[in-house]
Write a protein that binds this ligand. Sequence first.
Ligand code: AMP
Length: 424
Amino acid sequence: MSVNYSIPRGTYDILPETSYKWQYVLKTFQETAKLFNFKEIVTPIFEKADLFERSVGDTSDIVEKEMYKFNDKKGRKFALRPEGTAPVIRSFVENNLGFSGNLCRLFYSGPMFRYDRPQKGRYRQFYQYGIEAIGSNHPYIDAEVIAFADTFLRNLGLKNYNLEINSVGCSICTQDYDLALKEYFSPHFDELCPDCKKRMGKNPKRLLDCKVKSCQSIAKNAPSMIAYLDEDCRTHFEQVKFYLDKMGIVYKVNDRIVRGLDYYTNTAFEFLNNNLGAQNALLGGGRYNGLVKQIGGKETPGVGFAGGIERLLLSLEQEELFCGKNSIPEIFFITLGKNAQIKGVELIAKLRNMGISIVTEIEKESMKSQMKAANKSNALFAIIIGEEELSNNELVLKDLQVGNQKMIAFKDIGEIKEIIDKAK
Ligand code: AMP
């Protein structure tokens, strides 16, 4: 079939034959949230553009190159959200969610938008799930956020993933490190890519996660952040590792993880699935102690992570794991003749009110075509009413799996619910 319109590049439709997989992954995420007592927050899909420009950072790829920005009719600048943390913190500040003084544990999920080069596992509209724990600088909370991610992946049954952690320090100890990086990269300045040349002045740490091969080979021998951590940051990092050890969570320290966004402080981590190819980061996160203040709130520490559902589904497929199943109707309702059809409409409404799922194909008239449709629907049972059944005030209930059938009087249709429940 020729179509006049096609879907925008880098986006995709979630079709009926796969939508149940999304529901399964999201349900597992919500169940994990219950286990850790995180509550859902839903924020708008678009925000004022400067929320991201100021918080995510103007040297980040997201802000520099990937934001879908637009002006509304009054000329105000908005952006489709490229990530979930800044909007959640905006809402935290605006709604004073920290008022109780308790740790605020939030989770979210929804579409994010980045004008990125589409490839396997990377899209322009993708679906993220994430959590934020706002209000504590205790290293146990970093470990708990990591444990949440690990529990979620394990609850899905995934095995082929590994955790890498780092500390990017705080705004004070990072100053010496930034100087050391500038000193290290300066002699190579002419060999750096144009992006790295720009980043060198503003945020030299970003040179460590440049994807350009020649920059990567220069960065290989750059000094390690861990050597520059001040005492508090070093202790914090040691404590995070201590709690992870206590929880039995296996990790590797990778001092090259800086994460793409400017707002990270101290802990940074990634869960990787190396079978996924270039886009191997399943989820990533870290601590962001300066962000709440930057967005206009009181100085409040926070830590969280975000991951994409698409890469999870690829991983589930690779490991041939259960991803839920599509729903099937309990009953396919067949009627033969005008009068039976009218009775059928009445009974279908009654049965649905009892909580039974029913389909019918009212425009099909012959028994053969309706039976064919019933078999295609994978329904558990068929109900059949013809003229004869109608005159006897009864219906035929046919078990489509076993093949046997029984007559049920219209006045006894309550029995059908019990029969279905037993068959499931
Ligand atoms: P980030 O917000 O860049 O730290 O990304 C967190 C996670 O979101 C990644 O580990 C991916 O699972 C997912 N993700 C980020 N960008 C994309 C994208 N363009 N397409 C699909 N998933 C993405």
